[in-house]
Design a protein around this ligand. Sequence first.
Ligand code: MLT
Length: 407
Amino acid sequence: MIRINENYTKLKASYLFADIARRVGAYVAAHPESAVIRLGIGDVTEPLPPACVEALHAATDEMSRRATFKGYGPEQGYPFLRELVAQRDYADRGCRVEPDEVFISDGSKCDCGNMQEIFATDIRVAIPDPVYPVYVDTNVMAGRTGEAADGRYEGILYLESTAANGYVPQVPDAPADLVYLCFPNNPTGAVATRPQLEAWVAYARRNKAVILFDSAYEAYIRDPAIPHSIYEIEGARDVAIEFRSFSKTAGFTGTRCAYTVVPKTLLAWDRAGRPHALHSLWNRRHTTKFNGVAYPIQKAAAAIYTDAGRSQTRGLTDFYLGNARLIRAAMAALGLRCVGGDNAPYIWIDVGRDSWEFFDLLLEKAQVVCTPGAGFGRCGEGHVRISAFNSRENVEKALVRIAAALK
Ligand code: MLT
């Protein structure tokens, strides 16, 4: 008799954003006249930068000619893109990353969800709360936790991010083997300072742990003192894997391209205490289960690094940060405390009441979708996340409606 992976039964019935989409879908079906504005899931609205579109067209034309047609590419990504990433995103910032340490993929959600596969199931995992739900759910699926009780899974070491610590979790007293960190943070929009990241790297080195550093929102950092990469911290190459995405940087949520850096110096141990290079394990996993990102998409991603591409993508992130400023100002004017939005496209708002109740209120009274903080973990209760990803017109309209609904 075929049996299921029973770890899946420990999960909430549906993924957070699928749950929200279902509730919004039901509301729209019942109120077909309503013009709902979506500031929930962080999905970009502005079109691809022209430099990327030109590269996409040119690469598609190459695919139409026998002489330049391409079949399977290297699973890890074409050298032209891996080299650009290593040079422009790392060497230019003083970080050492070799092109063959860069693995091109179709998204950071997949990479940070899949990465846990190369580690033992009986390791101790530390995960922030609130958090992007993929980190928790994929560890539950893999069997690293017990059952959920009161919004938390048995076996996970939760790293609380609250107003008291500026939404940046401190290193715990207890040891962990695998630590998830995300800066600029989703959902709170908080950023980590250099000393805070140094403390995490020192913790990982002390505990022979690995940090999975999700830096998908790096392009939104404007404060020059904030590190863009964990590899700006001395010693991080020995303890950290970094995830980056073109989704929020260049509007690739529907186009799909991201990358993960696994340094060759990064080790983990087997039961007998023998060291293994995680680069080899991830390379094995990636080449076995993934067939590479389409050539035209990789060409479009490479165009981000041209002069035109750089200024166009900067224009995009500046635009969304402009929305974020408006959202913050409007929330402050309503007397709501909020963080984020200055180096991140998310604003984390203390609404002082049940977050799903507030979500329902905004949906019903303002026809605006936000994300209830409780969906990101127990510490998210009492908060909602508003995303800056939408047109200026929709953001302005949403803010007027929210103000009227909360009067
Ligand atoms: C979010 O809204 O948290 C993100 O868009 C989700 C994602 O990037 O998968």
